[in-house]
Design a protein around this ligand. Structure first.
Ligand SMILES: N[C@@H](CCC(=O)N[C@@H](CS)C(=O)NCC(=O)O)C(=O)O
Length: 235
């Protein structure tokens, strides 16, 4: 029996976990970790996620941190019917694993740095902005190539590999002003995923999190702040 508490905030990494829980129809409690108040660095939370970021879950006494680990843990334990995952030992499982690692080691960090240098940084660095924008867009092209040959990343079925990437691509237009029409297969895949009930519900967790317009405004202000900076690279 699941006894899950999700520690999260309304950000793409948080949505990976909430979408997963909603897709599986699992009951769970939500504890909001307010990143603006730095709650993710409080001692009690570091016992759940020693890295001091969201998301994390507790399932009974079992802690799980890192969005990729959370999604794999939940799939292994609670997706016995393989609704949104492939079974270990199958070729599709290995394809799913490859795409999971591609997100965790590739798109996640690169797009995260693009957000940092374009929206949140203390100094303006054209080099860093260009580097991480270009890399993010290159990785979108890799996804697009895959989605030209396969309806979903791991195969014919929507899986955890798609959830991991969806949240990143979903925020790109408002955060980075990236127009995903540039990649038609990626765009079509996004539109299909957005229709899913579990996805719609997961994007609303935690309740009261900033809505789409508020997020867009926040990102726009961040970009304007960087644009107005005259201090360039300090190093
Ligand atoms: N590799 C981590 C990344 C998590 C992450 O970067 N979370 C962000 C929100 S999207 C966060 O909590 N940032 C707060 C901080 O860095 O202090 C994962 O996949 O779970």
């Amino acid at each position: 029996m699941a006894d899950i508490t999700l520690y999260t905030f309304g950000t793409p990494n948080g949505f990976k976990a909430s979408i997963m829980l909603e897709e599986l129809g699992l009951p769970y409690k939500v504890v909001e970790i307010n990143l603006r108040k730095k709650e993710q660095k409080e001692d009690w939370y570091l016992k759940i996620n020693p890295n001091g970021v969201i998301p994390a879950i507790l399932d009974g006494n079992q802690r799980v941190f890192e969005s990729g680990a959370i999604i794999l843990y939940l799939a292994e334990k609670y997706d016995a019917e393989r609704k949104i995952s492939y079974a270990p030992g199958t070729p599709e499982y290995t394809e799913q694993l490859s795409w999971l690692m591609f997100q965790v080691g590739g798109l996640g960090p690169s797009q995260g740095q693009a957000h940092h240098f374009r929206i949140f940084a203390d100094a303006r660095s054209e080099y860093a902005i260009e580097r991480y924008y270009n890399e993010t867009k290159r990785l979108y092209s890799v996804l697009d190539s895959r989605l030209k040959e396969s309806p979903y990343l791991a195969g014919d079925k929507y899986t955890i590999a798609d959830i991991m990437h969806f949240v990143c691509v979903n925020v790109a237009p408002v955060a980075l002003e990236i127009d995903i029409s540039e990649w038609p297969a990626l765009k079509g895949w996004m539109e299909r995923i957005k229709q899913r009930e579990g996805v719609k519900k997961g994007l609303g967790v935690p309740k009261g999190a900033a809505g789409a317009e508020e997020v867009a405004e926040f990102m726009k202000k961040g970009r304007a702040r960087i644009d107005a900076m005259t201090n360039t690279d300090r190093y």
